[in-house]
Design a protein around this ligand. Sequence first.
Ligand code: G3I
Length: 374
Amino acid sequence: MKIKINTLILIGFMSASASGAAGQPALKDVFSQDFLCGAALNAAQFSGTNSPEVELIEKHFNTITSENVLKWESVHPQPGKYDFADGDRYVAFGRQHEMFIVGHTLIWHNQTPAWVFKDKNGNPLTREALLERMRDHIFTVVGRYKGKVKGWDVVNEAVAEDGTLRQSPWMRIIGEEYILKAYQFAHEADPGAQLYYNDFSLENPLKREGALELVKKLQAQGVKLAGIGLQGHYRLDWPELPDIDATIEAFGKLGPKIMITELDVNVLPTPAPWNESEASLNFAANPKWNPYTNGLPQNVEERLASRYAELFKTFKKEHQLISRVTFWGVGDRSSWLNNWPIEGRTNYPLLFDRNCQPKAAFQAVIDVAKTKGG
Ligand code: G3I
C-alpha cells in the first residue's frame, strides 16, 4: 500500500510539472527586492492550452505583456469593428494570477492595417480624420481595460536609427504632434494608467540621443511618462555592457522608471543589420543561417549563460532605476526569433528550452540574484 501511495504521489508530481518549474527558485522571488519579472504572452499561453509554459509563467513572473493580441490589427481589424476576445482572455489571466498587466501597444507603424490611414474611397486620410481615428482607438481599447491594464506602451518605436523621428504613416499624415496626442488621449482614457515610451536599439548613440530629446520634449509638453521601455532585443556580442548601462542611466536621469521590456538574446548568425529589430526585415532561408537545428553546442550554451549573467548583473546594479524586466516570450519554442528575420529557424534566446526546462542561462541568472552586493 505504501509503495502504491508513493507511486501515485510521484506520478502526480510528474504530471503536475511538465515544465522545469518544480524545485527551482522563482525569478520573481529572487529579484523581489530589485524589480518585477515578466514575460510577453501569446494566446496559447494565456488561454491555458500550452500548459508547460503556463506553469512557468505562474511560477516565475509577476507581470505580463501582450505579445500580439492588443496590437491594432488584432483588436481593431476593420473600421468600426473591435475584437476583444483574446484581449479579454489575456487580461483575465493576469487578474486571476494577480499580475501587473501591461498593454502593448497603442500606436505603432507595424501590425496596423493599411485601412487605418485611408478614407472609404482609399485616399489618404486627412490629419483631422486620422487624429479622430486614433482618439477613438485609444479611448475604446484603453477604456475597456481601465483600472485593469496598469501600464500601456502608448507609442512604440517612433525614433529611427539616425535619431530622427521615423517617417511612419502617423508622422507623414499628422506630423510629430501624433506622439503628444497619443499620450494625451491615453491619459484621458485612463488617468490612473502608467504610460510608457518603448523602443529598441536605444543603446546606439544616435538613436539614444533622438529618443532622449523626444522624452524631454514630451515632458516639457506636460506628458507624465512613467516608464521608458528599453526593449532588450540583444545578441551575444551586442550591445556592449557599458552602452547598456549608459542608456539606463541616461534615461533614468530624466525621471521615468526604466523597463527592460522585450528581453531576449539572439544566438543565430544573421544577414540583418546586427543592431536592429525591425520586424519587417525578411530574408530567404539558407542552412548557413540556421546552424543549430540539432541543439545548441555546449560552448554557445555557455556564452548565452555568461551573457545573461552579465546582463542581470547590470540590471541588479541599476535596480533603483529599473522597475521591471520582461522577457519576450517564455520558452525557446515559441520565440519570435525562430521566424525573424528568416522563417523557420531554430533559435535559443530565452531561459527555458523547447521542452520548458531551465537552461544554463536560467541558473546563471539565479546565481546573479543570489550574489551579495552583485
Ligand atoms: O496571425 C497570423 C496567423 O493568422 C497566420 O497564420 C500566421 C502565419 O505566419 O501569421 C500570424 O501572424 C504573425 C503574428 O506575429 C502573430 O503570430 C505574423 O506573421 C508575424 O509577423 C507576427 O510577428 C510578431 C512581430 O512583432 C510583428 O511585428 C511577433 O509575434 C512579435 O513577437 C513581434 O513583437 C515585436 C514587438 O511588438 C515590438 N518590438 C519588436 C518585437 C519583435 O519584432
